[in-house]
Design a protein around this ligand. Structure first.
Ligand SMILES: NC(=O)c1ccc[n+]([C@@H]2O[C@H](COP(=O)([O-])OP(=O)(O)OC[C@H]3O[C@@H](n4cnc5c(N)ncnc54)[C@H](O)[C@@H]3O)[C@@H](O)[C@H]2O)c1
Length: 348
């Protein structure tokens, strides 16, 4: 495979970010787009020079579509992924991979059975800051990990939830402030801190009406490593603040704000720290979802992840964030919901 042909299913808010990203990847080409709403699919097709389909199954018959971006509401991905996999297409799925682990496991099984590749979008992992932290963790620079926290104090208007029937529903959104919004930072937290062992949590709906999911959640996490941490997530906090992920160890601390480094301090300094610190103000930010799902979101994170996916397909190796990796954040969020419902600590 020299150039990877893409189809996008679901031409709503996030789809143009995928199309923009693909247009900046030399080894990729957006071939076709699909949506059940004719005006959505036609607008995307015209803007990006792709062939429009209102029936995704027709699009999947094309030999020049090798991979599909699934940009539909979260709880629709299982059945679509099954159809894509059966048609021999590789899949890159928006977050969350699906709305619960039961559906994710079926999705992974379908992909494995068909022998196609699967990637789960978590574009903030591809920002420079988180990659510096991951490298420093691999080199043991933090010492023993003590605390790891994620704070997602965001704002979504009532109009946002009212803008799509699927938003704020258990069946198609899977959850609220954590499953839809905070999942990026929760994924990053697990990537840094390792697996969680148990969780004690509370959730509430405080700032919106007519939705089935939480807009406020607080969780206390015990990691397998012995470290602890908290997750605070909300979509009811005006005006919305930069999302933070903090990693603290016996020898160092680092903080990510909206994907970029906001703090980088180690007991044992290294020459490279100076250039990393200099980049603190200038890092290419991936944008923030603090007050709006998309207005300030840039396609650079998606470009990096899609480029990595394209490279993995050409090299015939698994994607860096494959299905099993994408599942981890959903598993923890489900455990948080179970703890909030039962009032008990949940072991993962
Ligand atoms: N990575 C990120 O930062 C990010 C940001 C926003 C949204 N998302 C994710 O992207 C997904 C989509 O969110 P959105 O905000 O774009 O939603 P949206 O409602 O704006 O768009 C969804 C689109 O899917 C289409 N659709 C519905 N059923 C379909 C079907 N059977 N076949 C084809 N198309 C169908 C709808 O007509 C709509 O155009 C969600 O899972 C969300 O979590 C990710």
């Amino acid at each position: 495979m020299s150039k990877v042909g893409f189809g996008i299913i679901g031409c709503g808010v996030i789809a143009p970010i995928h199309a923009d990203a693909l247009s900046r990847i030399p080894d990729a080409k957006l071939v076709a787009v699909s949506d059940v709403v004719e005006k959505n699919v036609n607008a995307m097709a015209e803007k990006y020079g792709a062939v429009p389909y209102t029936d995704m199954h027709e699009m999947l018959k094309r030999d020049d579509v090798h991979a599909v971006s699934l940009c539909v509401p979260s709880g629709m991905r299982l059945e679509m992924a099954e159809a894509c996999a059966a048609a021999g297409k590789h899949i890159i799925a928006e977050k969350p991979l699906e709305v619960n682990c039961e559906r994710i496991d079926k999705l992974i099984a379908a992909v494995d059975k068909a022998g196609v590749r699967l990637a789960s979008i978590f574009q903030y992992r591809y920002a420079d800051g988180p990659m510096h932290i991951r490298r420093a963790l691999d080199e043991g620079r933090f010492g023993k990990l003590v605390l790891g926290d994620a704070y997602i104090k965001w704002f979504r208007s009532q109009e946002y939830y009212d803008s799509g029937k699927w938003r704020g529903t258990k069946k198609l959104d899977g959850g609220g402030a954590l499953m839809n919004q905070g999942i990026h930072q929760i994924d990053m937290l697990l990537w840094f801190m390792g697996n969680a062992k148990s969780v004690t949590a509370q959730t509430a709906l405080v700032g919106h009406t007519g939705i089935e999911v939480e807009d406020l959640a607080v969780a206390m996490i015990q990691f397998e490593s012995g470290a602890m941490g908290v997750i605070e997530g909300s979509t009811a906090i005006w005006p919305g603040h930069p999302a933070r992920v903090e990693v603290h160890g016996t020898n160092g601390s680092a903080v990510i704000e909206d994907g970029e480094l906001a703090m980088w301090k180690f007991q044992e300094e290294r020459s490279e720290d100076e250039s990393i610190l200099k980049s603190l103000d200038k890092g290419e930010t991936l944008g923030s979802g603090a007050s709006d799902p998309i207005k300030s979101l840039k396609s650079e994170g998606h470009r990096r992840q899609l480029a990595d996916f394209v490279e993995s397909l050409i090299a015939n190796r698994p994607a860096k964030i494959d299905g099993r990796e994408g599942r981890k954040a959903v598993e923890l969020i489900e455990a948080i919901y179970r703890s909030a419902e039962t009032g008990k600590t949940v072991t993962l």
